[in-house]
Design a protein around this ligand. Structure first.
Ligand SMILES: C[S@@+](CC[C@H](N)C(=O)[O-])C[C@H]1O[C@@H](n2cnc3c(N)ncnc32)[C@H](O)[C@@H]1O
Length: 195
């Protein structure tokens, strides 16, 4: 089974891990004040597209890309039902990353492909903002993928996005009750600024 079939199967199975994808990522929802009032936004590797729906409702011209046709078709149905206008695409973002200088906002949650970072940064317009949230390496009982290729090292997100200006960064202290949902995750908001 190739990777895309695996994701499609997951979205068809629709278990509790998929249900979590129906809400926008915390990095976006809790820090929406960093969004511009207008412009073009991309939810990259969007899955069911909760971030894309949020961005479109915030008034941005929104694209949502994912390699799973099952996820994209589910997103399209939800967008239609809620009368939310967005442009969705079945697209392998590793093979076809966003074009240079094309988005004011890029959101990535729970997807990691390290070689893509230079392209993500190039795809931001001047003053464009990247919202990123995904797992960092952690103990054997932590949630999320086991494969280290899909988990950041601590503070690695800061290195991968070094040309950008950090507006917000957190690896929440999960011993605090209010941070439980963010166990073993890194959250970043960073902006492309002029020299
Ligand atoms: C864990 S899900 C996260 C989905 C969504 N971003 C969220 O936070 O709910 C990872 C997503 O990445 C997508 N994906 C994996 N490899 C991809 C690729 N090369 N290009 C586009 N999407 C990809 C999968 O289909 C899946 O929807």
């Amino acid at each position: 089974m190739n990777k895309q079939d695996k994701w499609n199967e997951r979205y068809l199975r629709n278990d509790s891990s998929v249900a979590k994808e129906l809400t926008p990522s915390i990095v976006l929802k809790n820090h929406a004040s960093f969004l511009p009032q207008q412009g073009k936004a991309l939810d990259l590797a969007c899955g069911l597209g909760a971030n894309a729906l949020f961005l479109a409702e915030a008034g941005l011209i929104t694209s949502a890309w994912d390699s799973s046709d099952v996820a994209i078709s589910r997103l399209e149905k939800v967008a239609l039902k809620r009368q939310i206008n967005l442009s969705s695409q079945v697209r392998d973002v590793c093979l076809r990353p966003p074009e240079e200088n094309s988005f004011d906002v890029i959101v990535v949650s729970f997807f990691l492909h390290r070689p893509l970072f230079p392209e993500l940064i190039a795809a931001l317009k001047l003053n464009g903002v990247l919202f990123y949230q995904t797992f960092v390496v952690a103990g054997p009982n932590s949630k999320g993928p086991r494969n280290p290729n899909y988990r950041l090292n601590s503070k690695e997100l800061l290195l991968l996005t070094k040309p950008l200006k950090v507006l917000y960064y957190a690896e929440p202290n999960t011993s605090l009750k209010e941070n439980e949902a963010l166990a073993d995750q890194a959250l970043l908001i960073a902006q492309k600024v002029g020299r």
